[in-house]
Design a protein around this ligand. Structure first.
Ligand SMILES: Cc1cc2nc3c(=O)[nH]c(=O)nc-3n(C[C@H](O)[C@H](O)[C@H](O)COP(=O)(O)O)c2cc1C
Length: 167
């Protein structure tokens, strides 16, 4: 039901239910996360290594979300000057799902520490599909108004007023 450019509905949702497939995704996450860790040094590397960056091992629901940007649906409406609108439409659908999930008390985590081509191969999807998000859904162990990365000392939220500009 999410909005999309030209009503192209370019999102493709794959419910990952097989235990073996989930385990392959977990292995790919661990590989990509080791590579990411190698890009940091000193105290930042120590902090990075302590962060919980995915809930793949215990989330009850896994959804891989792809974009089929070559879809003919919508006949290109709204994508001539900004072809990236297909990807943005998929992100809009994910955000809509995220808000709906939270309204029902369900938590969602977006895992991006994955190689999109490897995930596409693990899930054996069409060549024209590209991974936008790998989502973990479940009931949160705790609720907080402060983002986890802020609580962990990685980054702080910027006040909204500092990101609003007027011309
Ligand atoms: C585009 C995008 C990519 C993200 N990728 C990751 C990720 O790879 N690992 C992670 O732990 N969180 C990632 N996040 C953040 C979490 O999914 C999200 O912040 C968390 O579920 C909400 O908890 P918080 O309020 O504590 O931040 C990502 C968020 C977005 C919007």
């Amino acid at each position: 039901m999410a909005p999309s450019v030209g009503l192209s509905e370019p999102w493709r949702f794959v419910q990952v239910i097989s235990k073996d497939t989930r385990s392959s995704i977990q292995t790919e996450f661990e590989r990509a996360n080791r590579e990411a860790l190698a890009g940091y040094s000193g105290e930042q590397a120590e902090l990075y290594a302590r962060l919980k960056l995915a809930g793949l091992d215990h989330a009850p629901a896994h959804l891989a979300v792809f974009v089929e940007s070559g879809t003919s649906k919508g006949s290109g409406l709204g994508r001539r000057t900004m072809p990236e609108m297909a990807e943005y439409s998929v992100v809009a659908a994910i955000t809509t799902l995220w808000l709906a999930a939270r309204a029902h008390g369900v938590g969602m985590g977006w895992v991006s520490i994955l190689d999109p081509a490897r995930v596409g191969a693990i899930l054996a999807v069409d060549d024209g599909w590209r991974l936008v998000a790998y989502l973990c859904l479940g009931f949160p162990e705790e609720e907080s108004q402060i983002p986890e990365l802020e609580r962990a000392g990685w980054e702080k939220r910027t006040p909204g007023k500092d990101r609003l500009f007027q011309r």
